[in-house]
Design a protein around this ligand. Structure first.
Ligand SMILES: [Zn+2]
Length: 505
């Protein structure tokens, strides 16, 4: 039996503002000091009035523009009522019918495992992105001794942007790839740190199957919402498990009577999804406009200003690296994945004269190796992109061999531990270590003549027909002319010896 996997995501990202969305409390992560980042507003005390954090709104707009969403000229705030210990107000401030943005689009490469999708692009429509405040966190006694549960409200009131997609994804892998791409976008745009361990990026997946029975009948399985997935791996695994569970439960049924949407959680230890509670209908939340907050009016001019100020999307950069710089899709992807600072560093190396392909090899191999050894990020790399670019330009100008260039970089890195490293340092290192390719052919010919004169035995052997004898002469010349192009030396030595040969005959 054939079937289609249908997945849509709801992604929650915490915006990296300094203060909360409707009050002045700090948003820093303070798990060891519960309830210190609170005030009457985020505690929901009677009479406290929320005021919108403009910075949070602007960051959310930036994210939405990155997702190619339309920005609404009028947007308002709604109360979503539910009762839970980590929600002191008794409602969440969210956006119901008039979100600040809608109708966006993200593109990812389609999963080649999906029938007919190989080589295609998966276009994922974004229904909306809206803003809301986060809840606090319940802390349960996990020792099993049954102590009371506690509530930490430090996170209550933190700005969240929620991104809702159409169910356009066709496999668990595509779901993972989309979340990865959204994370990169938010990181490159500087609107969220997307720290998944701290819960700053999490997602719910809505998933069901369209079963195409041999009889020609197609049945749709009930939609399952898997809540609160906080890693890429868990998202993919939970969806994979849910595909197999739905196939097993419904695969043989040509008619499914109860198609109520259900809510599941994912248990990563056991690798299974577990039913939690049946999904509340929207009406259950009794949404109504928040009377304490004024709607936000955004002019077309303002949107244009924001639009003009937008950074380049990681997706567009990846494309540009291929079309303008000639990198392979793989190489471009590896650089983009490492984050904006890394990609910027790469571009600066190229701007200072390195061949793009060479620069790509270097940043993903040599520089990455040094970063791993020193356990530091690209921002802390001790040699500037300008100097790395200069080293690589010397390689393409045939002033340094690749091996010598590596030695120069390593020397600069160790030199940097006690000194600042400059262009002069590079020249000094190249000179002191004799790394430069001997460019002057005359100089090289002199060295060759000297070596020939000093080594009558191998020369005689060679002239006597022992080709291998040239090897030791070659080695000596290379030692004398450090950094010389080995191909050039080889041809010059052979020429000199062959000249002797014809002179002798
Ligand atoms: Zn507060």
């Amino acid at each position: 039996m054939k079937y289609d996997v249908i997945i849509g995501l709801e992604v929650h990202a915490q915006l990296q503002t300094k203060t909360k969305i409707f009050c002045g409390c700090a948003t820093d992560f303070t798990p060891d000091a519960p309830n210190i980042r609170t005030c009457p507003v985020c505690l929901g005390l009677p009479g406290a009035l929320p005021v919108l954090n403009r910075r949070a709104f602007e960051m959310a707009v930036k994210a939405a523009l990155g997702l190619r969403c339309q920005i609404a000229h009028f947007t308002k705030w709604d109360r979503k009522q539910y009762f839970y210990p980590d929600l002191p107000k008794g409602y969440q401030i969210s956006q119901y019918d008039l979100p600040f943005s809608h109708s966006g689009l993200m593109e990812i490469p389609a999963d080649p495992e999906v029938a007919g999708a190989e080589g295609l692009t998966r276009k994922v429509r974004i229904i909306r992105a809206h803003l809301e405040d986060d809840a606090g966190k319940n802390i349960h006694d996990e020792s099993g001794r049954g102590s009371e549960s506690q509530v930490d409200l430090n996170r209550a009131g933190t700005p969240l942007v929620e991104i809702v997609t159409e169910p356009d994804l066709r496999s668990p892998k595509e779901a993972r790839m989309l979340l990865e791409e959204i994370r990169l976008l938010l990181l490159y745009f500087g609107v969220s740190d997307c720290n998944m361990q701290e819960g700053n990026l999490r997602c719910d997946a809505n998933i069901n199957l369209h079963l195409h029975h041999d009889s020609g009948i197609t049945t749709k399985t009930p939609i399952v919402e898997i809540k609160n997935l906080n890693s890429f791996r868990f998202l993919e695994q939970a969806c994979e498990y849910e595909v197999s569970r739905q196939l097993k439960t419904y695969g043989h049924l040509e008619e499914i009577a109860d198609r109520t949407k259900r809510t599941f959680g994912y248990d990563p230890q056991r690798g299974v999804t577990i039913e939690q509670r049946s999904k509340e209908e929207a009406a259950d939340y009794r949404y109504f406009p928040d009377p304490d907050l004024v709607p936000v009016i955004v002019t077309a001019d303002q949107i244009q200003l924001w639009q003009a100020d937008l950074p380049e999307r990681p997706q567009d950069r990846r494309q540009r690296y291929q079309t303008e710089l000639g990198l392979s899709p793989y190489d471009a992807g590896v650089i983009i994945e490492q984050g904006r600072a890394f990609a910027d560093f790469f571009e600066q190396i190229v701007a200072h004269g390195a061949e793009p392909k060479q620069a790509s090899n270097w940043i993903t191999q040599e520089i990455q190796r040094i970063l791993n050894e020193r356990k530091c990020s690209i921002g802390e790399f001790p040699v500037s992109a300008e100097l790395v670019g200069t080293i690589l330009k010397k390689v393409s100008d045939k002033q340094l061999t690749l091996k010598a260039a590596r030695e120069a970089l390593d020397a600069l890195v160790s030199y940097s531990e006690e000194n600042t490293v400059s262009q002069e340092t590079l020249e000094k290192v190249i000179q002191e270590r004799g790394l430069a390719i001997v460019q002057n052919d005359e100089l090289l010919l002199n060295i060759i003549q000297q070596v020939i004169q000093k080594n009558p035995k191998p020369v005689a052997d060679y002239l006597g027909g022992k080709q291998a004898a040239a090897g030791s002469l070659l080695g000596q010349v290379m030692r004398e002319a450090r950094g010389a192009d080995p191909q050039l030396v080889k041809s010059l030595v052979t020429q000199a010896l062959d000249a002797l040969k014809s002179g002798n005959s």
